[in-house]
Design a binder for this molecule. Sequence first.
Ligand code: PRT
Ligand code: ZN
Length: 302
Amino acid sequence: MNTLDKTSRLKVALQKSGRLTDNSLDLLVRCGLKYSRGKDQLMCFGENMPLDVLFVRDDDIPDLVQEDVCDLGILGLNVIEEKRLAFQAQGVAPLFDQLMVLDYGKCRLSIAVPDGTEYKDARSLHGKRIATTYPYILGRYLRDNDVAAEVVTLSGSIEIAPRLGRADFICDLVSTGSTLIANHLWEAETILESQAAIITTPVAVSAFKQEWIHRLSMRIDGVQQVKESKYIMLHAPRAKLADIKKLLPGSESPTIVPLDGVSDKVAVHAVCRENVFWETLESLKSAGASSILVLPVEKMLA
Ligand code: PRT
Ligand code: ZN
């Protein structure tokens, strides 16, 4: 195995240790990756797929992908957007591409203000000092809203900036909101919704790698779809089939199978792409369904 071969092995940059690490590695494993860890723990080598993982700080991922050190990177849309705006400001082109968004790492970039401070809309930011680690995204928001405010760029502990007198307001990531509450701040306005996403290098890759990027994205789609999906099997009176089909949540045309020796009933098999709750089963039963089975879906390829 030649892990330095640039044409035949995909290099994927993941966050080394942080909120996105476990979910990102787990996603690749669900896509079929079996790996061994390098001695220094900085890399994982794919044993059954031509794919190696490089572990780095999330802030370094856009540069690694932009400079084609890695073909793919997984990180938050917040960092992607901030870097994209920074690169654009520097006139860097062409830029890394966004391949797809992922269903974890959800959070939002919000303006928060001290408890007891009034905030109506963006105009309330006029003349204020706002502390953030996202000066480009915040700068764009201020420009779009025609607001003149001072952006104070800090590298961490944003939430204590107002208490230290370094800023009036803050602009930081929020998920549960408990950090804001603990620091006597309230969330006044969201300026960006974020979740994890995959970016790809702007440099043309070999046909072999392109094929693997395509296969990986199909598998990721499949992994994300099955999370909520269930396979339902039930028996239905032919006369009630139309009503029962309507009750199957998020299902495409179900398969109807005849039942041996029974003419007035059929078996219905359907993949439901939404969660199936007890209430749904109860409604199906009331509509005439019987022998209802709900099974988890392990893999799906559209
Ligand atoms: O070391 P490295 O630079 O790689 O890690 P990091 O410290 O920069 O990132 P990390 O691990 O904190 O977050 C990685 C990514 O996870 C972020 O870029 C976001 O895309 C996503 N994410 C999801 C979050 C949060 N939720 C989140 N809550 N990133 C940070 N936070 C922080 C936020 O900054 C604030 O300090 O959590 C606090 C608020 O959380 P709540 O739950 O109290 O609202
Ligand atoms: Zn970081």
